[in-house]
Design a protein around this ligand. Structure first.
Ligand code: F42
Length: 332
């Protein structure tokens, strides 16, 4: 099992640098930095991290081919690869619909755009001159003026078609899920993509981009996950909610509690609306032993990398150290 950690660049660069160095020293293999226009710029932050770390692989988790051209994505990630001495990884997804609506981007043809962008980025980073006559992108002899190097491309995916595409054209897939059932369901689409491309599963990284909360005190760990889980429940498509047998009433209670929190600031009500079952389905939360048990189940369901995503724990610093001491060494 490989270990990754996700950070949102909603903090000062030196705080992010501190956490990522701590994660590197604690044995994490990858750090993924999220990309939304309202946070600090992902490549600016990755530049600092590339300079200040030594071994951890790093990249956006995930950027998208709507904000900027694939040419600029190739140039940016190539620069990070050069600065980091070959440690860059590119996480790319279709982007976030809600965020796009605020900045006037319409979410059209995500599958087509993803396929074309990844094909172009790969050719550019491999040093090729790109002539590309796609439905979305037209390139006419574009070429990077420096050696970007070989950069693994991971695709953020949840839907069956995007999962299949990720397996067909990516080196890995970042799946926003924490429960083995979601990976058992994803397996069919991943296998279809791999077989279309004639690739073996061994050469492909299936990543659980999970919400994680770890503490020696189980209740503390689980309580720290409640607000994040509420957002995941509220944003999950009906197919996912049905898969886990969650009642409509319970889900509506979470949505209502979130509305109250936004209008009246009642975040305690949100925490109360989240059931223990929801915490089990949408996060990996508990003591180090609880987390190890869940990661073993994920491994059986085909997961090859677990990413510790928000909240990580009630005390981020303590939890990162705890994962490094009590979890990573037992699963490597
Ligand atoms: N999004 C961000 O904006 N920033 C992040 O930092 C971020 C991190 C992240 C990490 C892991 C992860 O898994 C996702 C993450 N995301 C992040 C979200 C990501 O950008 C994508 O929104 C998400 O992964 C895509 O979800 P999805 O696999 O469900 O794909 C969508 C597009 C979907 O609806 N897929 C369907 C499917 O079956 O896969 C298919 C849709 C379809 O068929 N579309 C047609 C087409 O041609 O594309 C027609 C649509 C049309 O417009 O006509």
């Amino acid at each position: 099992m490989k270990f990754g950690i996700e950070f949102v660049p909603d903090m000062k660069y030196y705080e992010l640098e501190y956490y990522v160095k701590l994660a590197e020293d604690s044995g994490f293999d990858y750090t993924w930095i999220t990309d939304h226009y309202n946070n600090r710029n992902v490549y600016s932050m990755l530049t600092i991290l590339a300079m200040k770390t030594r071994t951890i692989k790093l990249g956006p988790g995930v950027t998208n081919p709507y904000h900027i051209s694939p040419a600029l994505i190739a140039s940016a990630i190539g620069t990070i690869n050069e600065i980091s001495g070959g440690r860059a990884v590119l996480g790319i997804g279709a982007g976030d619909k809600v965020t796009f609506e605020r900045i006037g981007i319409s979410w059209e043809k995500p599958l087509k755009r993803m396929r074309e962008a990844v094909e172009i980025i790969r050719q550019l980073t491999e040093g090729k001159a790109v002539k590309y006559d796609g439905e979305i992108f037209k390139f006419n002899g574009a070429k990077l003026g420096f050696k970007a190097g070989s950069i693994p491309i991971y695709i953020g995916a949840q839907g069956p078609k995007m999962l299949q595409l990720a397996a067909e054209i990516g080196d890995g897939v970042l799946i926003n899920a924490s429960h083995p059932k979601d990976f058992e369901v994803a397996k069919e689409s991943i296998d279809a993509g791999l077989s279309k491309a004639g690739k073996s599963r061994d050469a492909f990284d299936t990543v659980a981009y999970a919400s994680m909360s770890v503490d020696e005190d189980r209740d503390k760990a689980r309580n720290a996950a409640r607000i994040v889980v509420a957002f995941i429940v509220a944003g999950s498509p009906p197919t996912v909610l049905e898969r886990h047998g969650l009642s409509e009433d319970a889900v509506n209670a979470v949505r209502e509690a979130l509305n109250n929190a936004f209008t009246k600031g009642d975040w305690g009500g949100v925490a109360k609306s989240v059931t223990d079952e929801m915490i089990d389905i949408f996060s990996i939360s508990g003591t180090p032993d609880d987390v190890i048990e869940r990661i073993n189940e994920l491994s059986k369901a085909g997961v090859t990398q677990v990413v510790a995503g928000s909240p990580i724990g009630p005390d981020k610093k303590k939890s990162i150290k705890l994962i490094g001491k009590e979890i990573i060494p037992k699963l490597k």
